[in-house]
Design a protein around this ligand. Structure first.
Ligand code: G6P
Length: 611
């Protein structure tokens, strides 16, 4: 998501800022900008789209000054545009921000009543206004920044400069990343190490609540309560490529490990626990319209289609509305029945998949209301949609989708709760229980990620298998499909995902002692636990090797399986989020052990923009 770079020293800052921002491109962004200060003159240059647009503007009219801040923006509040791009300025203050201010509407209201005017749709601009007011009241810049963040609810990495104090950058962070780069006669700040590697290898990682005051010759850090603190300086020996992956061997591994954070970001600001309700920004469907809906059609491809199958169970169970899940490539070429009382949901990481987009347009043209569940704001699907729900997973670079899938699942769960409340099928109390269950998911993902070592052992044993079968029932059926897809995409081993009940109708013919069968068998009522045990027995009877994904306390299946991977018990409809993680790791390690190009598997593309 957003990237921040700041510089103070004796060189012209604009080129340093732009080149640092380039190293943060992998984070994903849709506009960019810099603010460069020359004594008490602030020059701001911003541009929508790729960094080369900003670069062209900066080169035509080079903003002069040896102190400055820069930003790449991945839009969350307000579309990508020059006005919404950072830095935001007010009263001689310029800010760049990464994160979300949850109470920005209330703060804006309050500031407007004091005569403030806002020039963007962003939440971040609030910081410039708050800090400017605090400076006017007589505080110095560090104190003004502290006073401003005390009024804000949300997450932030923030860098600030002001014309009234033109030799220093003040920055602070909570939940969003920020590192300080140390140089000779110059110092830096950035969202991530790669932005600064060409200037320094000495870094200080800021901790939650830290505030740093940076001049050309000095860096002081203060903890949350204002006391001066010493944070260790680390020498980073990463190559630029490795650094972009945050020390992980592959983007896919990094993205698997990021899932607790990604899922928390999907939930953030949306759960109204005390009201037992869900808030989606830009939701514009009236209760009458929602009650009048007769059907939901989910349109998607690939991994997103799998999340749609899990979403069907969630929505039908919580909102009691029939849901069809369609492969977008099939739907668009049929003569589908679509009515104005239908809601069409496009699920897409990229928002650009050609088949999904065409199917979505088709459904809309035939009168359906169009909702996009998407990871990229400003993408074609979000532009087509009447309503967009962002998954907020951050940029996904590995071709095999991981965090996009799990964030789609929790996005669908939130939607199911919202629809259930609006349609009166969920009481406040029931909704509260569902939301509480959701709050536990990031921690459960953290716990399940600890199974990596045992998954790797399984991967080593079966890395040369010719075929794999994945079985699941009920909510675990899409997990089986996704497990098989992950494995075939990156390991090139043939793999099939099947509903357990269908095993006797075909795949059982393939089972012999060379066939590993991954059975996803948490003890959930909907998963037909007894029945999946029957499948395990049938596999064993034919000599197949059983790898079982089971609850932590399940001794019975453990006694039947050749290998077990244990996961924490989540509620039935949320268990797919947790159960998918070991399968992602299995695919990753098999592919890595086989020496494959994990992030860019042969023949596959991240975003399939042609049919
Ligand atoms: C490609 C990607 C998959 C993805 C699918 C749908 O095949 O390799 O990982 O699931 O497209 O992409 P979307 O961006 O629409 O979710």
């Amino acid at each position: 998501m957003c990237g921040i770079v700041g510089y103070v020293g004796d060189k012209e800052s604009a080129p340093i800022l732009v080149s640092g921002l380039k190293k943060l491109e992998y984070r994903g962004y849709d506009s960019a900008g810099v603010a460069v200060m020359n004594r008490n003159v602030l020059n701001v240059v911003r541009a929508t789209g790729k960094l080369k647009n900003l670069e062209t503007r900066v080169q035509t009219d080079v903003p002069q000054g040896t102190i400055g801040i820069g930003h790449t923006r991945w839009a969350t509040h307000g579309r990508p545009s020059d006005e919404n791009a950072h830095p935001h300025t007010y009263g001689g203050v310029a800010v760049v921000h990464n994160g979300i201010i949850e109470n920005h509407l209330a703060l804006k209201e309050e500031l407007r009543s004091k005569g403030h005017h806002f020039s963007s749709e962003t939440d971040s601009e609030v910081f410039a206004h708050l800090i400017s007011d605090e400076l006017k009241s007589g505080l110095d810049l560090p104190a003004a920044v502290r006073a401003a963040i005390a009024q804000v609810k949300g997450t932030y990495a923030l860098a600030v400069v002001t014309t009234s104090d033109p030799n220093r950058i003040v920055c602070t962070k909570d939940s969003s990343p920020m590192v300080l780069g140390l140089g000779q006669g110059q110092n830096f700040v950035a969202s991530d190490v790669p932005a600064l590697l060409e200037h320094t290898r000495d870094f200080v990682y800021m901790e939650e609540g830290d505030l740093a005051v940076i001049t050309a010759s000095n860096v002081d850090i203060y903890g949350r309560t204002g006391q001066k603190v010493n944070r260790p300086t680390r020498r980073i020996d990463w190559t630029p490529m490795m650094a972009e992956k945050g020390g992980h061997k592959h983007f896919m591994h990094k993205e698997i490990m990021e899932q607790p954070r990604a899922v928390a970001d999907t939930l953030r600001g949306r759960m109204l626990l005390s009201e037992g309700d869900v808030h989606f920004e830009g939701w514009n469907l009236s209760p009458e319209k929602v009650r009048a809906l007769t059907k939901i059609t989910i349109l998607a491809c690939g991994t997103s289609w799998h999340s749609g199958i899990a979403g069907k169970a969630m929505i039908e169970s919580l909102a009691r509305l029939p849901v069809e899940v369609e492969l977008a490539s099939e739907f668009r070429y049929r003569d589908p029945i679509v009515e104005p009382s239908h809601l069409a949901i496009a699920i897409s990481q990229s928002g650009e998949t050609a088949d999904t987009l065409a199917a979505f347009k088709e459904a809309k043209a035939r009168g359906a209301t169009a909702l996009a569940l998407c990871n990229v704001i400003g993408s074609a699907m979000t532009r087509e949609a009447d309503i967009t729900i962002l998954t907020n997973a951050g940029p996904e670079i590995g071709v095999a989708s991981t965090k996009a899938f799990t964030t789609q699942l929790v996005g669908l769960y939130l939607l199911a709760v919202k629809l259930g409340r609006m349609r009166g099928t969920l009481t406040v109390k029931a909704a509260q229980e569902h939301l509480t269950a959701l709050t536990e998911i990031p921690k459960m993902i953290e716990d399940v990620l600890k199974c990596e070592a045992s998954v790797k052992r399984v991967a080593r044993e079966f890395m040369n298998a010719q075929d794999f079968l994945f079985l699941g029932r009920g909510p675990m059926h899409p997990v089986a499909l996704e497990g098989a897809l992950k494995l075939k995409e990156i390991s090139y081993i043939h793999a099939e995902g099947y509903a357990g009940g269908e095993m006797k109708h075909g795949p059982i013919a393939l089972i012999d002692e060379k066939m590993p069968v991954v059975v996803i068998a948490p003890k959930q009522p909907h998963v037909a636990y007894e029945k999946i045990i029957g499948n395990i027995e049938e596999v064993r009877a034919r000599g197949g090797k059983v790898i079982a994904i089971i609850d932590e306390d399940d001794a019975h299946v453990a006694s039947l399986a050749d290998h077990v991977i244990r996961i924490p018990a989540a509620s039935a409809l949320l268990a797919p989020v947790v159960a998918t993680i070991p399968l992602q790791l299995l695919a990753y390690h098999v592919a890595d052990l086989r020496g494959n190009d994990v992030d860019q598997p042969r023949n596959l593309a991240k975003s399939v923009t042609v049919e």
